[in-house]
Design a protein around this ligand. Structure first.
Ligand SMILES: Nc1nc2c(ncn2[C@@H]2O[C@H](COP(=O)(O)OP(=O)(O)OP(=O)(O)O)[C@@H](O)[C@H]2O)c(=O)[nH]1
Length: 399
């Protein structure tokens, strides 16, 4: 997707101590604008830290991570999503002492460990950070990405994953039996599949203070739209920020990720044709047209037994969105049919804020027959999310 359509993820180099700000899990960044939640990427040389950051937040194709140079000093990446993040890509030799700020200012440590590296060194370094974090900031999130997982066959993968967890836990227990209680989260990841996105999304969920409100908005949307699954995605990184209460199955998650990737790649082709004249985009399922007045006819698909006349999918969303976000916006909505056979499923995409999109599975008959009501529910959902984001921004001092 073109850089103009979304705020860019900027990079600054390290490393001045910055003032402490505990509220909302964030700390005012050195640029002075907004309190950013800090995430450290730690691990030995060549573990894959920069690859994780670049693939997620700079759209680097996984194969090109091969050409990344060694990180020699901390690089901070500002990422604007539902919460403002600052991701610190640290060199392999960084220690608690050379970090430049106390761990009390860090929200989460992600320790990246190569799955084939079962030896002493990475585990010692991880344990060193866990012990320091436990003393300085017991609330810190501790996440371990057991990375490059695609390199091993399934059985070896599971065995190595288990061994790494066991060794970390043994080393911690050698130091103190109290470490039995410590909350450490292990994830199998690879830049070559969706596991990295899924793992990082789960890390992010723990950092979003407004998550329960977003989940509730998604639950209401699903109930009123007969949707079996809906996600709120960060468009550019393709991380999901929240989902409804039904369980996430990887296949659905991966499908949504791939659809976003496709839209992001083709987005510029459909870009705005002029101020205030957004082009309707539904590349795979062209919408029937109708009056936007039908959008207001009933608040909920499920509460209406009748089929509403179909309506232009973005009649209201397009207007609201283009008013709010100006002419840079494109792709206000799109949809694709997943199973053409009846009853069929349709995957829909709706832009919610400049960074966030709603992706939802819908029965095709609902999508085709009750489009107006769907759009009505999207408008409610969008207003709710925008309000939550606004509150979050004000609390962090950015609004
Ligand atoms: N097979 C595989 N290789 C990966 C993966 N992620 C990263 N790599 C490779 O690992 C190597 C090191 O990646 P980097 O991202 O530079 O590692 P780093 O931890 O930032 O390294 P330093 O900057 O030296 O600390 C590169 O050749 C990447 O292509 C992965 O998921 N699978």
């Amino acid at each position: 997707m073109s850089a103009a359509a979304h705020p860019s993820y900027s990079t600054t180099s390290t490393s001045t101590p910055i003032s402490h700000r505990q509220r909302l899990n964030g700390h005012r960044s050195s640029s002075g604008d907004v309190a950013r939640t800090k995430i450290l990427l730690l691990g030995l040389r060549r573990a894959g830290k920069t690859s994780v950051q670049q693939v997620l937040f700079n759209n680097l194709p996984p194969k090109q991570t091969f050409y990344l140079e060694t990180t020699i000093r901390i690089v901070k990446h500002a990422v604007d999503t539902v919460i403002p993040l600052e991701i610190w890509d640290c060199p392999g030799n960084v220690t608690v002492e050379t970090l430049g700020i106390p761990l009390s200012q860090i929200s989460t440590i992600i320790f990246v460990i190569d799955i084939r590296d079962l030896y002493n060194q990475p585990i010692s370094k991880l344990v060193e950070f866990i012990v320091a974090a436990d003393q300085e900031n017991p609330n810190i999130g501790l996440e371990v990405f057991v990375h490059k997982a695609e390199k091993l066959q399934d059985d070896d993968k599971i065995e190595s994953f288990r061994q790494i967890q066991e060794r970390v836990s043994d080393r911690l227990l050698d130091i103190s039996p109290d470490y039995e209680q410590i909350q450490l989260n292990f994830h199998l990841t690879s830049v070559y599949d969706h596991s990295l996105h899924e793992a990082f999304s789960r890390v992010l969920h723990k950092l979003v203070p407004t998550l329960p409100y977003l989940e509730e908005l998604l639950n209401v949307f699903c109930a009123n739209s007969q949707s079996p699954k809906a996600f709120l995605f960060d468009i550019r990184s393709r991380l999901y920020i929240a989902t409804d209460a039904s369980p996430v199955d990887s296949a659905t998650h991966n499908l949504c990720c791939d659809y976003l990737l496709m839209l992001n790649s083709f987005g510029p082709l459909y870009k705005s044709i002029g101020p205030g004249r957004q082009r309707q985009v539904s590349p795979l399922t062209p919408p029937p047209s109708a009056s936007s007045s039908t959008l207001r006819s009933s608040p909920s698909l499920s509460s209406s037994g009748k089929t509403s006349p179909p309506t232009t999918p973005t009649a209201s969303t397009r207007d609201t969105a283009s008013r709010k976000h100006g002419k840079e916006l494109f792709y206000p909505s799109a949809a694709t049919s997943l199973h053409p056979a009846t009853p069929g499923t349709t995957l829909t995409y709706h832009l919610i804020t400049p960074y966030l999109a709603l992706l939802a599975l819908l029965p095709t008959n609902v999508y085709e027959g009750r489009r107006g009501l769907l759009e009505y529910n999207v408008v409610f959902f969008r207003e709710g999310v925008q309000e939550v984001c606004e509150t979050e921004r004000e609390a962090r001092g950015g609004g």
